[in-house]
Design a binder for this molecule. Sequence first.
Ligand code: SF4
Length: 316
Amino acid sequence: MLQQTQVNTVLPYYSRWMERFPDVGSVAAASEEELLRHWEGLGYYARVRNIHTMAKILVEEFGGELPNDHRKVSDFPGIGPYTAGAIMSLAFGKDFPTVDGNVERLFSRLFNIKTPIKEKDAQVQVWKLARDLLPHGKARHFNQAMMDLGATVCLPRNPHCIECPLSNLCESCRLGVADQRPVRGAKKVVSPLEVAVGILLSDGKMIIQKRSPSGLMPHLWEFPGGKIQRGESPEKALVREFFEELELKICVLDKIATIRHNYTAFRVDLYAYYCRLEDDNQEPVLHGAVDFRWVTREELDQYAFPAANRKLIRLL
Ligand code: SF4
């Protein structure tokens, strides 16, 4: 849960998750739908699917226990070098390094690494340092100490060099360039996206559809709609999208709201409208989505939606 996500954001999710899924067996036995609901809003949904797959492998092949073996742990879906190193050193006390964002920042300052920190050369250098500096038999304490020092003293902005136990050894502090490390690469361009979505009402229910397993936010549910094309109004986009996606002819009614949401790689403006069927004798034919439901407002809470759709649901 903590990958790319701050501790404060994770805490309520973690508590709810552990209450419902206290062990590997309960994760393995749960449906993907239920796991997605508990994850909804955390983003990076591949993580929850990997956890599900891994829990099932652990139950079926390892008696529900993590194997004490770096190679086997590294082979599980979603386990990269950081998580594998953390499991081996923190859970099993074995001499494996691990490097999270805090350790990257700490080492880039201690050793004044000038290469942009996400570039391969810098990563090789940081991991080599983490391996070479590891005191034999003390990986559990050393790795946690490095991560905590980065998280609490060698802060991203305004590192507390005066109270740092490593200040005498710190090259970037000596040179007065600590605030310029780590060197960042070129900034990611956040592209804006304009999307129209429709709450299509019929007999007191509204239609939702399930996204395909490939592409962005796979298997989440959503209200039909899509990208507004250049020169198109949101209303026209909705009429077009409902026909393209579901072969439904609709009339666009009142506007509900414009909702802005920032995802990591893009920012979306969601133009939301109530809609009705042009005539009632139409059945949806799916193009792209893998399933659909007619649901009441109350039933929406049983499904996992992308964050921008969830903001819209709160307004309904
Ligand atoms: Fe970070 Fe300052 Fe300590 Fe260097 S001396 S590791 S910059 S807190």
